[in-house]
Design a protein around this ligand. Structure first.
Ligand SMILES: [Zn+2]
Ligand SMILES: [Zn+2]
Length: 290
């Protein structure tokens, strides 16, 4: 019996380690390959093609490059800091005051008293301060210390995809003579058999770079919808000082009475710097009392 339980635990541990390894690879690909790759593609392929097609002035080109780079620094800076900031209870004990220890609850894995809203994550194997959720795209728990970076990272990624959407629309439009042609191009790429259906109508040729551009544009639209939703969801939760766990599992209702104080608790006292520059220092005012 004991042996059986032990084997089960060992298997579970292996599963978690395997999942964690996959998750880390996934997060690495997203943050180190996909996001910088998209920025590079927008700057080196999309921008020159549009500038040539629409004869953009030099000042407009400079403004576009500067704004795109500003967005990119905020996306990658915030997401990078979100990954590297340790938000576990063990690493941030200096933020917690144990005044009345009996009011805190006990974590059987960490064998320690934890403050309110602090929950244990099995993937991170730690108790996380004000745990919101475990993010697979960053392979990291989102909590009190990195919530600012998470929220700004997601918001800037939404803004960047909105901006890219406009340029990608112009870019794809310049590649095709009609909307139908662009649609056929995408349909053929996801299912080559459609070529038989469309060949007589629009005289479709072999799969080319244009089809990949159309798919990139459609992916841009889908990701944009999803990111806007995620950014808005977390922004209203932050304004109401509620975590995803409290909304989803405890079914707490949002109250925006102290939205200013709640947002300062996320972005810090120097929030005006934090909003435009991810590397600026902006301390969170409140200490956690138990
Ligand atoms: Zn724990
Ligand atoms: Zn976690």
């Amino acid at each position: 019996m004991y042996n059986n339980n032990f084997m089960k635990k060992l298997r579970r541990l292996r599963e978690i380690k395997y999942l964690l390894c996959l998750e880390k690879v996934f997060a690495f690909v997203i943050n180190v390959v996909v996001i910088p790759g998209c920025y590079g593609f927008q700057m080196l392929v999309v921008r020159p093609a549009i500038d040539e097609e629409y004869h953009t002035s030099t000042s407009a080109v400079v403004a576009n490059v500067l704004f795109s780079t500003f967005l990119f620094i905020n996306v990658i800076g915030n997401l990078g800091l979100c990954i590297t900031t340790d938000t576990s209870l063990a690493k941030n004990l200096n933020e917690v005051t144990y005044a009345h220890e009996e009011t805190g609850n006990y974590c059987k894995w960490c064998k320690s008293i934890r403050p309110e809203k602090c929950w244990h994550c099995k993937l991170c194997n730690a108790c996380i301060l004000r745990r919101d959720h475990h993010c697979v795209f960053l392979s990291r728990c989102i909590g009190r210390r990195n919530y600012r970076y998470f929220l700004l990272g997601v918001s800037y990624t939404s803004l960047a995809t909105t901006y890219a959407l406009y340029w990608n629309y112009l870019f794809v439009r310049a590649q095709f003579e009609s909307f139908v042609q662009a649609f056929v191009s995408f349909a053929v790429l996801i299912n080559p058999f459609f070529r038989i259906m469309f060949v007589f109508d629009v005289g479709y040729r072999d799969v080319s770079y244009r089809d990949i551009y159309t798919s990139y544009f459609i992916l841009n639209i889908l990701i944009w919808f999803w990111l806007i939703h995620v950014a808005f969801y977390h922004l209203i939760n932050a304004a109401a000082d509620l975590t995803t766990y409290e909304i989803m599992k405890l079914r707490k209702r949002r109250d925006f009475k102290y939205w200013k104080e709640n947002l300062v608790n996320v972005f810090g006292t120097r929030w005006y710097y934090a909003l435009v520059w991810p590397f600026s220092r902006s301390p969170v005012p409140e200490r956690i009392m138990i």
